[in-house]
Design a protein around this ligand. Structure first.
Ligand code: HEM
Length: 422
């Protein structure tokens, strides 16, 4: 097998570990060295081929026949028998849009295109603004808050519930199940936890099976109604199994990713007070600032593909059956694509070229909603929190995730005008 530069004593590939504390904090120096020295390499630790250059990631995304998404999110081995026994009480394996290839992908994507159409999303603006304002009302006079726990977590969670058409009071339960699904797919947790997560997976399926049945009987103006399959008398050209799995997937796809955008974006702005001030003075800069936030700190740092045939990528032979990890967060800092890639610049002319939403047929179908939520969140945060800053008496804590990049806690403070403090 050939590599552009063979392993050396200080082979940077050996340092690659997204879970290591220094790389959870700041993975970008390792990505920069990987792009220079080992742009495509095999990691035995993770059993993954790691791809870090912009051009190579784009090549993967544009060729779904060579680089498949089917089952690419699942751990490689079959679940242990104790887990499988539980999973077989429902739909398993999991069939969702992001884990499918054409022609199934094109068929299901058509349903999502209608469900998340530009006009449907634009119509959500008043509701997004009212939700952001209500959350801000609950803490604005305190002069301090945990931005993630008190704002960035709830806003997209509530909005996904609204979009699906389920009560906001179900958000916490749905999020717990969704986290259990993620844990199950990673396949690395202790057996006891995996069994517990499998029960959660089945409970979440039952929840959506019941909701779809309700929509069949009484259609509503919501996304779940658009997912009712033709076989049940609905309009969606998908199977019942696909409808259930895709409803489940939306919680993961649309919730924590957007929490990441808001938290990461605020953190970037708090490092750069002049750019923060420029946005307060001129909110019309916000749409480009959101693109630049996504470029600098991709909320999904990378995604997976399965190689369908022996192939060559970035000058390296990759065997059929290999599993790729394409690192958007590295492609977004590629110096061949972006000048001074490590500089946060809300006016950057080509920020939009980032890979944070992917590229090609799997380009994020929720991107317009995520960007609208991001814009309104920052409009309201900057308008209502004067002189925002990181708190010096407590620390920001990142979530220890392989795939996602975001904060668990982001303690911030701001000025409260005299007479309005509680
Ligand atoms: C800032 C927030 C978000 C980020 C960073 C993000 C990122 C991504 C990325 C990178 C992909 C492509 C994965 C691949 O290449 O295989 C993707 C796909 C997808 N996203 Fe998002 N996403 C966000 C918000 C949302 C929202 C709000 C929704 C739903 C309302 C959503 C629903 C989806 C779906 C259904 C797919 C699968 C598309 C397909 O396979 O054709 N995402 N997202």
């Amino acid at each position: 097998m050939s590599t552009p530069s063979g392993p050396s004593q200080d082979d940077v590939a050996q340092h690659f570990n997204p879970m290591a504390p220094d790389q959870l904090e700041d993975p970008y120096p390792v990505y920069a060295r990987l792009r220079r020295e080992r742009p495509v390499f095999y990691s035995p630790t993770f059993d993954l081929w790691v791809v870090t250059r912009y051009e190579d990631i784009a090549e993967v995304e544009k060729d779904p026949s060579r680089f498949s998404s089917a089952g690419a999110l699942d751990a490689r081995s079959a679940p242990p028998p104790e887990v499988l026994q539980v999973l077989q009480q429902g739909y398993f394996p999991f069939v969702s849009l992001v884990q499918s290839d054409p022609p199934d992908h094109s068929r299901v994507r058509g349903v999502f295109g209608r469900a998340l159409s530009a006009s449907r999303i634009a119509a959500m603006e008043p509701e997004i603004r009212a939700t952001a304002d209500a959350l801000l009302d609950s803490f604005v006079r305190d002069g301090q808050a945990d931005l993630i726990q008190q704002f960035a977590y709830a806003l997209p969670g509530f909005l996904i519930c609204d979009l699906l058409g389920v009560p906001r009071s179900d958000m916490e339960q749905l999020k717990r199940w969704s986290d259990e699904k993620t844990l199950l797919m990673s396949g690395t947790a202790p057996l006891e936890l995996q069994v517990q997560a499998a029960h959660g997976f089945i409970a979440m399926q039952r929840y959506f099976i019941e909701r779809l049945e309700e929509r069949r009987k009484t259609p509503r103006e919501d996304l779940l109604t658009l997912l009712v399959p033709q076989s049940m008398g609905g309009t969606a050209s998908m199977s019942h199994e696909e409808a259930v799995c895709n409803a489940m997937d939306l919680m993961a796809a649309g919730h924590e990713t957007t929490t990441g955008l808001i938290g990461n974006g605020m953190w970037l702005l708090l490092q750069e007070p002049e750019q923060l001030q420029a946005l307060r003075d001129d909110p019309s800069l916000l749409p480009n600032a959101i693109e630049e936030m996504l470029r600098m700190e991709a909320p999904i740092r990378g995604f997976f593909r399965a190689v369908t045939t022996d192939t060559r990528l970035g000058g390296v032979d990759v065997p059929k059956g290999g599993r790729l990890f394409i690192v958007y967060a590295s492609g977004n800092r590629d110096e061949t694509q972006f000048s001074e890639p490590d500089r946060f610049d809300i006016r950057r002319a080509d920020a939009k070229k980032h890979l944070a939403f992917g590229k090609g047929i799997h380009f994020c179908v929720g991107a317009p909603l995520a960007k609208l939520e991001g814009r309104i969140a920052f409009e309201q945060l900057l308008r209502r929190l004067p002189n925002p800053r990181l708190r010096t008496d407590s620390v920001a804590v990142r979530r220890p995730y392989f795939m996602l990049r975001g904060f668990e806690h982001l303690p911030i403070a701001w000025d409260v005008p005299a007479g309005t403090a509680p």
